[in-house]
Design a protein around this ligand. Structure first.
Ligand SMILES: Nc1ncnc2c1ncn2[C@@H]1O[C@H](COP(=O)(O)OP(=O)(O)OP(=O)(O)O)[C@@H](O)[C@H]1O
Ligand SMILES: [Mg+2]
Length: 267
């Protein structure tokens, strides 16, 4: 641990939310690719409703950690409990139903460019319901179409519902991707550099909207980013990965950009 960050006897950062259940609880997570050890024993507890910024230099293992939490990448060792369920031994169907409660937002939004914003948001419901009626908004039930529109309105994009997403700006597209994640009705969102491809102004705007929604809906969030300003401004807690372990874990309010720089020194 970087000792200057957490004074001796300071409250553990997870304790920012006393009494809340742990939506994410990982123990001893290890992951290697060939001989390269990327995660070397990561323990992580995230209480319900907490927003956690995960930082670290390129290749530190941030994306790998997010993926291991949902077994999108299979960890080599360790255990993970998500929403109080151990995911290690889960069969495909169980895992799928758990993943339906976890939204992912990536740097590359992976929207279907030729479809309108509303149809793309509708696709979020596929996590919980399998039906061809979720492919296109014109096939959707009134209930689903209305819910998708509400999700778009939550990110301020109700007015572009029928526009093809390849005519939207990068910031608008990322907001559509957030609306699609909301359509899943997730309890947790894992966001890997959600605004990295946006200019600083658009990035801040999208993060503002994102965090307001997370708070309002009580969603637990873990996001990665390379902007220390964003990490501090939009999280309750910052976790820094270095050398395959958590080297920094502290309430955001106790940190400054200066105090975070050490995490980028070579391991
Ligand atoms: N599927 C894979 N096969 C082999 N090596 C991989 C694979 N995925 C990740 N790695 C390696 O694991 C290490 C950690 O990668 P990861 O993408 O998790 O880092 P990161 O912290 O997200 O980096 P960045 O800030 O650049 O996104 C890197 O050295 C990467 O090359
Ligand atoms: Mg990454």
């Amino acid at each position: 641990m970087i000792s200057c960050v957490l004074p001796a006897g300071a409250e553990a950062p997870a304790g920012l939310f006393p009494g809340r259940p742990r939506d994410i609880a990982a123990r001893g997570l290890r992951k290697s690719f060939g001989r390269a050890e990327v995660l070397r024993g990561v323990d992580l507890d995230v209480p319900r409703g907490q927003a956690v910024a995960l930082i670290g230099s390129n290749g530190a293992g941030k994306s790998t950690l997010l993926r291991c939490l949902m077994r999108l990448v299979e960890p080599c060792a360790g255990s993970v409990r998500i929403l109080d369920r151990e995911i290690g031994g889960m069969r495909t169907r169980e895992l799928r139903s758990l993943r339906a409660q976890v939204g992912f937002v990536f740097q590359k939004h992976n929207l279907v460019p030729r479809l309108c914003a509303l149809s793309n948001v509708l696709h979020g419901a596929q996590a919980r319901e399998h039906s061809p009626r979720l492919w296109l908004q014109m096939l959707a039930t009134d209930g689903n179409r209305l819910e998708a529109l509400r999700c778009l309105e939550k990110v301020g994009l109700g007015h572009v519902a029928e526009r093809r997403v390849d005519t939207l700006s990068g910031g608008q597209s990322q907001r559509v991707a957030i609306a699609r994640a909301l359509m899943q009705r997730p309890k947790i969102i894992l966001a890997d550099e959600p605004v990295a491809s946006l200019d600083p102004q658009a990035g801040m705007e999208v993060m503002e909207i994102f965090l307001e929604l997370i708070r309002r809906e009580g969603i637990t969030l873990v996001f990665t980013c390379h902007s220390l300003e964003q990490a501090l401004r939009y999280s309750d807690r910052v976790i820094g990965l270095r050398g395959g372990v958590i080297e920094l874990d502290a309430p955001s309010a106790s940190l400054s950009e200066q105090s975070l720089r050490g995490i980028y020194a070579s391991a």
